[in-house]
Design a protein around this ligand. Structure first.
Ligand code: DNO
Length: 401
């Protein structure tokens, strides 16, 4: 059996309707209660409204992405106990409504990062790019984060200086706005992008991590896991942490969900199927020392959700190259996930259908005129979903033979 075909949908404001998804063969929806402020409890009535809306179109609410972990939990502010209680209540409410898979991340301040949201492919499609020197230009020269230059090799800072010199004021502002607001706002980001002083607010959030290095952030994550995994377990919910994107420290902040070692450490903090991971090929593959097949094989029993996407590496970064084309060999990874489903069936586990979503997509054709969050075009994702479904059908035939 193929993986469950799911699709990230941003709620009734999304330009793609649930009826469109039913038409293109989506089986499950990945969404969140985006209207509930970060840190507040998700009430049963609100969960049920969305669940029923999805079910009315013949699909199910397969995955919550994300139930956001507030900054107060990551830094253990005075508010942390209340935020943890709220997180537990939301998990209980989700479980009571039969929503069983919850994705979250533990990245300080910033979720994913790209420096160019409109990179043109030779054929005319548009994708997102991460260019390291441009990112350093943002950090050191546009944001002017105190001490930033010391976090990078001198040669890179020199190149970043040249990048910055080539930008006019509008381009520098657009770069900051893309990184802090445009890519974060729609996923319940930490910064209120509507405020003109958004760069200062962002710097203030970063400053709150003073003294929080990787071991300390790990201790905070362990505390979070010990508080919420037992509740998830009781509620019939499987949590799955999303890896860092990109999987290395940015802005002088630690990132602790980047490697096999990190993921094994997380799984070992609390030995339960409810303490799982989201296998995001696009995020993990950016580190060339990550062996994705090895990660998938070692952790397969804890993978509850797959984000499938490819990258093309360049000398200074990477761009999102679609789903099958690019630097990642998708075939062995998809095969491991399909084999894991078979293993679960043989073991008698109930969660034998693993949801996957085509993660991001190339902006194509009519996508150019349709409103969408960065990375989430309709046609490009639909193409990716079809390609990945075809690959799965072929692998299943091979496994059956
Ligand atoms: C970006 C997404 C991430 C992801 C979160 C999961 O497009 O992949 O924002 O949803 O990190 O918690």
């Amino acid at each position: 059996m193929a993986l469950e075909k799911t699709w990230r949908w941003f709620g009734s404001g999304d330009s793609v309707r649930l009826s469109d998804l039913a038409q293109i063969g989506v089986e499950g929806v990945v969404t969140a209660l985006h209207h509930i402020p970060n840190g507040e409890v998700w009430p049963v009535e609100e969960i049920l409204k969305v669940k029923h809306q999805i079910e009315a179109h013949g699909m199910r609410w397969s995955v919550v992405e994300s139930l956001p972990v507030s900054e107060g939990i990551k830094i253990q502010s005075a508010d942390c106990p209340r935020l943890l209680q709220n997180y537990q209540s939301s998990l209980r409410n989700l479980g009571a409504c039969g929503i069983d898979t919850v994705c979250y991340n533990f990245m300080p301040v910033l979720d994913w990062v790209r420096t160019d949201l409109h990179y043109l492919l030779p054929g005319g499609g548009e994708v997102m790019y991460f260019d390291f020197p441009t990112f350093v230009a943002f950090d050191v020269f546009v944001l002017q984060r105190p001490g930033a230059a010391g976090d990078y090799p001198e040669t890179v800072v020199k190149r970043a200086e040249a990048v910055f010199a080539s930008m006019d004021a509008a381009a520098a502002e657009a770069l900051a706005h893309n990184i802090i607001v445009v890519t974060q706002g729609f996923i319940d980001g930490a910064v209120d992008g509507s405020r003109p002083e958004y760069k200062h607010l962002f710097l203030d959030l970063i400053a709150r991590y003073q003294g929080i290095d990787a071991p300390r952030l790990r201790a905070h994550l362990a505390h979070f896991l010990h508080s919420v995994v037992p509740v998830a377990e009781e509620s019939g919910v499987r949590l799955c942490i999303h890896p860092d994107d990109p999987p290395f420290p940015v802005l002088g902040l630690p990132r602790i969900v980047s490697t096999l070692e990190d993921l094994e450490w997380i799984c070992n903090q609390y030995d339960s199927v409810s303490n799982g991971i989201s296998f995001c090929t696009g995020s993990l593959s950016v580190r060339r020392d990550n062996d994705l097949a090895e990660i998938a094989r070692r952790l397969s029993a804890r993978i509850h959700f797959a984000h499938l996407r490819n990258n093309q590496f360049t000398e200074d970064g990477f761009y999102e190259s679609g789903h099958l084309e690019g630097s990642i060999d998708m075939f062995p990874l998809v095969k491991i996930l399909l084999e894991e489903q078979r293993r679960r069936r043989a073991e008698g586990r109930k969660d034998t259908r693993m949801p996957f979503r085509p993660d991001h997509g190339v902006k194509l054709l009519d996508d150019m005129h349709r409103m969408a969050n960065p990375g989430y075009p309709l046609i490009g994702r639909m193409k990716g979903m079809a390609e990945l479904a075809g690959m799965q059908a072929a692998i299943e035939r091979i496994l059956d033979a």
